[in-house]
Ligand binder design. Structure first.
Ligand SMILES: [Zn+2]
Length: 215
């Protein structure tokens, strides 16, 4: 019997966002994906380590840009640029974590209206895991990242500190290559076990905030 499984050709699909192209073999997929490589003119390497496997790309924000709120991050142009960068990094690194951080200048004013203090904290989003064998959505990633940063900003201001947002300093994209065999723990994976008391006898429910637990 000639089953469909024996005759069917495996399909190599390009999962780069917005592409979805089918290729006949892994070599053609690899060469096709080179076209997704991109070097940004607005984000520049601020830090890198381990031969660019850990990377911070920075966009400096200037007062004359007229940025009023956090929306510039999720504007169509903002999403498009970050999307191109993520696509390029996924092609080169196969699997990455991605997060953003925003440096904001806050000031306090004295009674005369002069600036009495200045501080520039950095608010970061949680890392998102992105790879080249499943779909991802840059817009969704950025929307949830901005939500987290907005909340951290609100918490900071709400503390009755008297800080006023003066301007944005820079927006960083944190990109780190990860191996498929990787450290880190997901509550989603552990949750089913929490409901089975019997399993708890021999199961260590390890939670941590970073991906270093294999080290
Ligand atoms: Zn493609």
């Amino acid at each position: 019997m000639n089953s469909k499984h024996r005759t069917a050709q495996p399909i190599y699909r390009c999962f780069i966002e917005g592409c979805n192209q089918r290729l006949p073999n892994s070599d053609s997929l690899r060469s096709h994906q080179q076209q997704h490589r991109y070097t940004s003119n607005t984000y520049h390497v601020a830090h890198q380590a381990f031969n660019h496997t850990s990377l911070v790309l920075r966009k400096y924000l200037h007062e004359e840009d007229g940025i009023q709120g956090f929306d510039f991050i999720t504007s169509p142009d903002g999403i498009q640029e970050v999307g191109k960068i993520i696509n390029s990094e996924v092609v080169q690194k196969n699997a990455i974590t991605f997060s953003i951080s925003l440096a904001i200048n806050f000031v306090t004013y004295d009674i005369d209206g002069g600036i009495s203090k200045q501080i520039t904290p950095c608010f970061s989003s949680k890392p998102s895991y992105i790879n080249n064998v499943s779909r991802y959505n840059t817009k969704q990633i950025l929307l949830s990242s901005v939500l987290e940063i907005t909340k951290r900003n609100d918490d900071f201001i709400d503390k009755g500190s008297g800080w006023t947002l003066q301007s944005f300093k820079w927006l960083d994209l944190h990109i780190t290559q990860v191996n498929d065999l990787r450290g880190g723990c997901s509550d989603r994976m552990i949750d089913p076990f929490k409901n089975i008391p019997l399993y708890k006898a021999g199961l260590l429910n390890i939670s941590n905030d970073d991906n270093m637990c294999l080290l």
